[in-house]
Design a protein around this ligand. Structure first.
Ligand code: NDP
Length: 619
């Protein structure tokens, strides 16, 4: 469609509508509106998938302990093994590797960033994803494949939750204590606890009173529903009345399966998701064989990230809804005459592109959903990146399936849960089962989500070091916490559209640093205070949060609409974007200069007095 063919968009009334819808949803309790899974939900702390096996507590010593067996632990472990660091121990609270893909087995779960860039280490393990957007069982299997390929099972402690990490200054090592009675030491620790691993419930009055069955999507109860994670029909739901609470990315994927299975399905919506075309398809092995030449996955990763972050690239290898979003914004901005290259005009061009995209998404609802009132209620009135963009070709269609009902709460949320069912606007919907698709803790403190607080040099806790907000070098190192590494996106590339890209780069960086320390006999590595300060200053020189504007409808992208204060200002990435960060960190680690890090030989070794020979900055 050319610019001339496009229907004119009334921007002022759209802005007013967006504000009106946001204001309906703002609430003073913010993150406090959610509950942890306790009481009748306390069994969520247990693993329903794998029986726990008894073992003796560990009291030995390892070179590297990694907290978390999800993608972060797997890619870091893999890079360490590749570098020749053999003695790596992953500690994981689940019964197997996989992290989010271990716990989330709800029907329809699949990646919604293309498998070729989302699934790490495909080239190294020789796996061809079977679909452009692989389903959860294949991703979980891939996690196991990485574990086996790189020998990460050998020393792993599964069904083990870390309870404390304490720096032993006298011996230059970490003491790791777990809920299985382990008290072992590690020269280095790294942590990849995942951004979304603690399930949360909406604080709806009466939630404990419901007399029927209920569960959270991250612990799908197939014993109750029938079916299995690979999509077998949930035959035990035939004739059942089921309530699903929440309409985020998880609900978008499981609603089509529930619609097919339930007698009556009631989907309770507070805010609609924006749902664009998915266009999933099986991978053509011939095409894959031709494309997968050496270095292919790194090329794809870089191409996706470049397209995603608005860099000027000629081709778009992934070609999907994510890259379309970014490509549109870029071409709008590039179409501006040179004199209009001002921040205001560029923001306006971005907003135009956003309005246009969201109008298309709303038009798609009308085109797909037969009932006009349901279609009206399924339209998202906010800017595209206010919430996680969703892509699906069966979600909207599910509302045409007889017995599927959208119960819109006009932004207010479910009013109460009774012994019999769910109440909205004074009307009770009696149901047999309530399923909570209510998401995960995001805006809470790192140490709360980790379940432990690092105790670093001089007994200082990580929560104390970060009392004014996160402070790191590269999102990886924190001053006062020698030999400890974080594997996560914030203060690094902060690439939200493809989290694994952040993790694979961090894993690579950490492997190079650890190898360097081991090869040169250094016992301690620590970021200097100056380097950490300089990195934080660099982060603060940027434009701030690109996601999560206070103008957005509330959600976890914008701290539920509440001002996160100066602490929130630090939850950012490199000011020049993800590509700049990846280029910078590649050069930083390849140079082996390690600017900002201090490498030390132990002060406590006999015959190894602290002197200039035992201490090197940046090398
Ligand atoms: P979300 O936090 O995105 O969604 C929670 C849902 O619960 C929202 O619709 C929320 O409404 C709703 N809700 C909360 N309180 C109430 C209430 N009182 N009454 C009614 N509804 C309520 O969780 P998800 O599990 O859907 O997704 C979390 C994240 O996990 C995603 O954003 C994505 O990053 C990731 N994910 C990724 C997938 C993938 O890559 N394939 C698949 C699934 C998830 P409101 O919007 O108004 O707050």
């Amino acid at each position: 469609m050319t610019t001339a063919d496009r229907p004119a968009i009334d921007k002022e009334s759209l802005r007013a509508k967006y504000r009106e819808e946001r204001d309906k949803r703002l609430r003073p309790d913010g993150n406090d509106q959610y509950l942890r899974l306790t009481g009748r939900f306390a069994h969520y702390a247990e693993d329903p998938y794998t029986p726990v096996t008894e073992r003796e507590p560990k009291t030995d010593h390892v070179t590297v302990a990694f907290v978390g067996g999800g993608f972060a632990g797997l890619v870091t472990g893999a890079r360490l093994k590749e570098a020749g660091v053999e003695d790596v121990r992953i500690v994981e609270k689940g019964g197997d590797f996989g992290g989010t893909w271990y716990w989330n087995r709800y029907p329809g779960a699949q990646c919604d960033t293309a498998s070729f860039v989302y699934m790490p280490l495909l080239e190294e393990t020789g796996h061809m994803p079977t679909e452009k957007y692989a389903h959860a069982p294949e991703i979980l299997e891939h996690c196991r494949r990485i574990g086996k390929h790189f020998g990460l099972y050998d020393n792993a402690l599964l069904h083990t939750g870390v309870q404390s990490l304490e720096w032993d200054e006298a011996r230059s090592r970490w003491i790791v204590r777990t809920d299985r009675g382990d008290a072992f030491t590690a020269q280095f620790v790294a942590m990849g606890i995942g951004p979304l691993h603690v399930p949360k419930l909406p604080g709806i009055p009466g939630i404990e009173e419901f007399g029927g069955h209920s569960f959270h999507t991250s612990r799908w109860d197939y014993a109750y529903t029938g079916g299995d994670p690979s999509g077998a029909p949930m035959d035990r739901l035939a004739g059942k009345r089921v309530a699903l609470i929440g309409t985020g990315a998880t609900a978008v994927q499981c609603v089509p399966h529930l619609a097919r299975a339930c007698g009556e399905l009631y989907v309770f919506q507070r805010t609609p998701s924006s749902v664009d075309v998915r266009d999933n398809r099986p991978t053509d092995p011939e095409w894959f064989a031709g494309m997968a030449t050496p270095g292919w996955q790194q090329r794809w990763l870089e191409n996706f990230t470049a397209n995603q972050t608005g860099a000027l690239v000629e081709d778009d290898l992934v070609m999907d809804g994510w890259t379309d979003l970014a490509t549109r914004v870029r071409s709008r901005i590039m179409a501006l005459p040179p004199e209009d290259f001002t921040p205001e005009k560029m923001q306006a061009a971005y907003e135009d592109s956003d309005f246009e995209k969201m109008e298309e998404i709303r038009a798609r609802v009308d085109a797909v959903v037969a009932d006009p009132e349901t279609a009206h209620n399924l339209k998202a009135w906010y800017r595209q990146l206010c919430k996680r963009p969703c892509f699906h070709d069966e979600y909207l269609q599910a509302y045409n399936v007889p017995g599927t009902h959208l119960i819109d709460t006009d932004g207010k949320g479910v009013e109460r849960i009774t012994e019999r069912g769910v109440v909205v606007a004074g009307r009770e919907y009696p149901v047999d089962c309530v399923i909570y698709a209510s998401g995960f803790e995001v805006g809470t403190d790192y140490t709360r989500r980790a379940g432990y607080d690092l105790v670093g040099r001089g007994g200082v806790r990580l929560s104390e070091h970060w009392s004014e907000g996160m402070r790191t070098l590269h999102g990886i190192h924190a001053h006062g916490f020698p030999n400890a590494f974080l594997v996560q996106p914030t203060q690094g590339a902060n690439l939200i559209s493809n989290i694994p890209h952040n993790l694979t780069e961090a894993g690579r960086t950490i492997a190079v640093i650890v190898k360097h320390a081991l090869d040169h006999g250094f016992d301690e590595i620590e970021v200097t205070e100056e380097a950490e300060d300089a990195w934080v200053d660099l982060l603060l020189s940027g434009p701030g949060m690109l996601l999560g504007s206070p103008d957005c409808t509330p959600g976890y992208y914008n701290n539920e609409g509440q001002d996160p204060g100066p602490r929130g200002r630090l939850n950012v990435g490199h000011p020049q974007g993800a590509m700049a960060y990846f280029a910078y960190i590649d050069e930083w680690r390849t140079s082996k200069a390690f600017d900002g890090l201090e490498f030390r030989r132990s002060r406590h070794d006999p015959g190894s007095p602290e002197n200039s020979e035992n201490r090197e900055t940046g090398r």
